[in-house]
Ligand binder design. Structure first.
Ligand SMILES: [Zn+2]
Length: 403
């Protein structure tokens, strides 16, 4: 009986010591270390001297999203970018009209129900209202009755009912001849013009823009996750880096879809050529990224060249688009400007990333804030957003200018 408490105490004491050792080991594992202390598989940038995590337990590694280390801003810059694109996806689905062909209910609302855009489409609607109201001053009510509605709301394009029984109508204080008794060709022409101006065509399909938004979100989320948990183990680093490469490939491939689909809407063979080519290249890049046989260090230049060629090959369809539409379609030019902005943003980002500036100029000084990889991430998000704006230009262009 007496030995029992002693034994229990010894066990408790031993367990307590064990727990303490485990806790100390965990704490020592969760300390930030310097570049020289890193294993080879974590050594990447010798100009960043400190604040490294290394082989922390997975739970602590994930929770480190809320602590300060040299990957904190890398994680958050692309996580916020992901949330931005999630918002843009919802915004695009709700504000910018969707593909009519995929929805049976669309046909009854196709003319006006979802008509709108970031700014310009809304402005166009306002302009149409003004035009229609102005027409009320010039046309008899019967001629100005296009009956536009927007989400069930009547747009005041119809004129107040005519209460005059005489051959002439006094409408909004302006005397207008009744065209039933004195038909004037100019009245009919104006009515036709108004009807044409207020008749909004079915919007072009949206799937290439949504494919791009999905590709961007995959890229940003895998990148953020990669930066967060890569340090956990060599195996985790191997897997997450492969996923990161695949995410980059998905961003590049889906970036081509709005460009190729909308630019060559009236040239199906070119459309298929460009979309097929980039999809095949993307599949090749994904294979290179995921298959272990392609991970040999000597194949690193091949992998880098593949991604670079994929991105740079976007110059070809953009130039082709400008050759066909550069002089006739403002939408083609506007989208090309945003695509150029995207190219510049990605290009500057890659140069900064490769040059490892500014940390190269002051090693150790930009460990936490301002090092090249953080700047690279900001340029990637900016470039991806510029490409989204190009997608909006395509929608504005092709909604009103189909084949
Ligand atoms: Zn990164």
């Amino acid at each position: 009986m007496a030995s029992s408490p002693t034994a229990t105490s010894c066990v408790a004491s031993w367990n307590g010591a064990d727990d303490r050792r485990k806790e100390e080991k965990k704490q020592s594992k969760c300390e930030l270390i310097r570049y020289e202390e890193l294993p080879d598989w974590l050594k990447d940038n010798e100009f960043i001297h400190g604040y490294y995590r290394c082989e922390w337990p997975m739970k602590e590694t994930i929770l480190s999203i809320f602590s300060i280390h040299n990957e904190t801003l890398n994680v958050w810059s692309h996580l916020i970018g992901f949330l931005l694109f999630l918002f843009l996806t919802v915004f695009t689905a709700m504000v910018i009209p969707r593909d009519g062909s995929s929805s049976s209910s669309w046909s009854s609302r196709s003319s006006t129900a979802y008509w709108g855009d970031l700014v310009e489409m809304a402005n166009m609607t306002v302009a149409l209202r003004h035009d229609a109201l102005a027409a009320c001053f010039l046309l008899p009510p019967s001629a100005a009755e296009p009956g536009l509605s927007e989400d069930g709301q009547k747009i005041p394009t119809s004129c107040p009912p005519n209460t005059s029984s005489s051959q002439s109508n006094r409408h909004h204080g302006i005397q207008i001849q009744d065209n039933t008794s004195t038909p004037g060709p100019s009245m009919d022409d104006d009515a036709d013009t108004l009807a044409a101006a207020t008749a909004v065509p079915d919007p072009v399909t949206r799937w290439p823009v949504f494919a791009y938004l999905a590709g961007a979100m995959v890229c940003l989320l895998t990148s953020s996750a990669c930066h967060l948990i890569l340090c956990h183990s060599e195996r985790t680093a191997y897997v997450t880096l492969r996923l990161d490469y695949a995410g980059i490939a998905s961003l590049i491939v889906t970036s081509f879809y709005p460009l190729a689909y909308y630019s060559f809407l009236c040239h199906p063979s070119l459309q298929r050529l460009y979309m097929g080519s980039i999809t095949a290249l993307g599949a090749a890049a994904a294979t290179v990224s995921l298959v272990p046989a392609f991970q040999a260090p000597e194949l690193r230049p091949l992998r880098a060249a593949l991604f670079t060629c994929m991105g740079a090959s976007g110059v070809v369809p953009v130039a082709h688009k400008l050759v066909i539409y550069g002089g006739t379609s403002p939408g083609a030019v506007a989208s090309a400007w945003y695509e150029a902005l995207m190219g510049v943003s990605y290009g500057v980002g890659v140069v900064v990333y490769a040059a490892r500036v500014p940390e190269r100029w002051a090693p150790g000084r930009f460990d936490l804030v301002g090092h090249s990889h953080q700047l690279f991430h900001l340029f990637v998000v900016a470039g991806a957003y510029a490409h989204y704006l190009a997608g909006v230009e395509y929608l504005k262009w092709r909604d009103v200018d189909k084949c």
